[in-house]
Write a protein that binds this ligand. Structure first.
Ligand code: PMT
Length: 332
């Protein structure tokens, strides 16, 4: 008898661009593995639950992908850029990891996250009102301090081909891409970190229960019956990347459940670390839960005001724990 997750893959088709993404993943991982680099897969943003095959409507969740890419509002060009945070993906790049950034389409991305809406245009100047062949665009002098360090980091990562961007929308896309990523990451063994920060839907409408066309409002309010999405951590940890350093996240709204649920997850899936957070305070407090310990990582008000992001100490701690994990295995 097949398991819940096997049945899920057997009954749900991959997204149309799946083979292209699989090829990109394979090429990226082979190159990074030859270089003997550490690698991290970061999942970021929420997954959607389509209500129709020809999707007009879907159920979504809160996640904007802040944790994975992390967003620090650009405050003003007077702000000391050294204090501007970068984010989980940017921090892993700084720790010399190769990064697969698997994110919800249109959610925040590393580097561009620093500039909201028109802010980027406000940093630029156009030489002439009437645009002609000699027109130029320049960065306003008071914006160079803000833009240059981010651009330098972006260029460094892009030129070194150190980051690969892969995007998903629905929970089905997410599952297929996660499995394809794991197929490529398995070869890295202990050098791979999985940092599963996406807010993955727990419920969905299976393909065979979904109407083909737009649900008609004239037929009255629909009764929608959702089913459980298989917990993908189970095959991921035990079968797909059994030697990797797997970090899952746990989101709750009730503080009383947070540690117990994280421990339960560690006991059940046998991975290395859960980073637990509460919805309302997730930007300044998380709890690292391991099978034997738990401790808080907190951002003080002063640190937040000075531009530090909580993802900086989070990533530093994950990297330290990964290093310890690698050396323990090497000394066995
Ligand atoms: O995006 P932001 O606004 O920055 O918010 C960041 C965050 C709150 C989304 C992030 O810090 C976080 O907590 N992410 C995990 C949220 C979540 O889905 O928690 P969960 O308790 O439902 O799932 C726990 C773990 O199980 C997750 O690591 C998930 O990858 C995994 N899971 C979930 C569903 C599923 N079907 N299979 C899974 O394996």
């Amino acid at each position: 008898m097949s398991s819940h997750w096997e049945e899920f893959f057997a009954t749900h088709l991959p997204p149309s661009d799946f083979e292209d993404n699989r090829k990109l993943l394979k090429e990226f991982c082979e190159r990074q593995n030859k270089l003997q680099n550490n690698i991290v897969l970061i999942t970021s943003g929420g997954t959607t639950i389509p209500l129709e095959h020809n999707t007009v409507r879907f159920v979504d969740n809160f996640s904007a992908g802040t944790r994975g890419s992390s967003k620090n509002l650009y405050r003003s060009s007077l702000l000391n850029i050294q204090n501007l945070g970068s984010a989980s993906a940017e921090y892993f790049l700084e720790h010399s990891y190769a990064v697969i950034f698997m994110h919800r389409q249109k959610s925040l991305e590393p580097f561009t996250r620093h500039f909201n809406g028109q802010q980027f245009f406000d940093m630029l100047e156009l030489s002439d009102r009437e645009i002609g062949p000699s027109s130029t665009i320049s960065v306003k002098p008071d914006s160079v301090d803000v833009l240059a360090p981010i651009l330098a980091k972006y260029k460094r990562a892009a030129e070194a081909k150190q980051i690969l961007y892969i995007n998903f929308t629905s929970v089905v896309d997410y599952m297929w891409l996660l499995r394809a990523s794991c197929e490529c990451l398995a070869a890295f063994e202990k050098r791979a970190v999985l940092y599963l920060a996406a807010a993955v839907s727990d419920f969905y409408i299976p393909s065979d229960k979904m109407p083909v066309h737009k649900i008609q409002s004239g037929e009255g309010a629909p009764t929608i019956s959702l089913q459980l999405v298989p917990k993908i951590l189970a095959p991921l940890v035990s079968l797909w990347v059994p030697n990797a350093f797997v970090v899952s996240f746990k989101l709750e709204t009730d503080e009383n459940l947070l540690i117990a649920k994280s421990r339960e997850s560690l006991n059940k899936y046998k991975h290395k670390l859960v980073i637990a957070n509460i919805l309302q305070t997730r930007k300044n407090r998380v709890i690292f839960v391991t099978p034997t310990t738990s401790y808080e990582v907190v951002l003080t008000r002063e640190q937040a005001l000075s531009g530090l992001e909580i993802e900086e100490p989070i990533v530093a701690d994950v990297v330290r724990k990964h290093d310890e994990f690698v050396s323990t295995i090497e000394h066995q």
